[in-house]
Design a protein. Structure first.
Length: 310
């Protein structure tokens, strides 16, 4: 089978698609024939060697690429009872030491890393769900806001940001979205009540709209201290990139540690299947064009995920 790997660190030019044996599932494992695997910043971190540099994983000869996947079960190992060959699934994996990831023709995952795909859903679209939607939902849990409270989402037109808006509205929260001026319609359609352009001075703009400040914030744009003072005294702030500022004004500063959560993923997949949250594909590439996919990701400006199709 073909699989995308990194054997040396650098720019998109170091990405390789190699021929490797198709893996067999062991006990508790599931072999998935990949329909689509999205490209995320997590893949850039692998490619650039950031995970090794910052001690998140040890050095090795080869790293696989890809955290998200949607596809069809090809085989199961002993002890697997939740899935059988022919079932369609969605999954995420967070281990950084794997020599093969989801950006391949086949991938082996633990059964607890997978959830059933909703009937009739497009699997390429579903491949955009896992990492970003679970991150948004886990961030909302960490904030622990209650019905009617105000949430600020920075980088609201990005993948995590748009899911955060939609999921916040399902929880009865009111949303202030910060994004580029051309994205106002997009974030309002997703459910944002109020909008702040990224060209505005964020904190005073938010506090003009919500006197006293918002109750919580999800900092998907990694603005850190540039967004934290928009949160009112005693509120909560979630950073997605471990950049939460030092705590002050009794604001809970949270560095979110995203994790695989199949039960949550099943819930979110069901939401997608009924249209409660939206799946957005910006562009697809065949696996062999993974370098082009990374260059597109770096260029920015796309609304939706880039998906590799084996």
């Amino acid at each position: 089978m073909r699989a995308a790997v990194v054997r040396e660190f650098g720019g998109p030019e170091v990405l390789e698609v190699v021929e490797v044996p198709t893996p067999a599932p062991g006990p508790g494992e599931v072999l998935v024939a990949v329909a689509g695997a999205s490209v995320n910043f997590a893949d850039v971190m692998v490619r650039a060697g950031m995970n090794v540099q910052y001690g998140a994983t040890g050095a090795r000869e080869q790293f696989g690429l890809g955290s998200d996947v949607a596809g069809t079960v090809a085989a199961v190992g002993t002890g697997v009872t939740r899935f059988a060959a022919g079932h369609t699934v969605v999954g995420t994996q967070e281990r950084l030491d794997r020599s093969l990831g989801t950006q391949a023709q086949y991938v082996v995952l633990q059964d607890w890393e997978l959830a059933p795909a909703p009937a009739g859903i497009d699997l390429v679209e579903l491949a955009t769900l896992g990492l970003n939607a679970t991150t948004a939902d886990q961030a909302l849990d960490a904030l622990a806001l209650t019905h009617g409270q105000w949430l600020l989402v920075t980088g609201a037109a990005g993948a995590v940001g748009l899911f955060a808006i939609e999921l916040a509205r399902l929880r009865g929260l009111r949303v202030v979205a910060q994004a580029g001026p051309g994205d106002e319609k997009l974030v309002r359609t997703a459910g944002a009540d109020l909008f702040v352009s990224r060209h505005e001075d964020l904190v005073p703009a938010v506090r003009r709209l919500v006197p006293g400040g918002v109750h919580g914030a999800i900092d998907a744009a990694n603005l850190a201290a540039g967004a934290a003072d928009a949160v009112r005294h005693g509120g909560a702030f979630v950073s997605l990139l471990n950049s939460a500022p030092m705590a002050r004004r009794q604001v809970r500063m949270i560095n979110l540690a995203w994790h695989t959560d199949a039960e949550r993923l099943a819930k979110l997949a069901a939401y997608a299947g009924t249209g409660l949250i939206s799946l957005r594909v910006a562009k697809t590439y065949p696996l062999e064009q993974i370098r082009d996919a990374h260059e597109t990701l770096a260029a920015g400006g796309h609304r939706g995920r880039i998906v590799l199709i084996p």
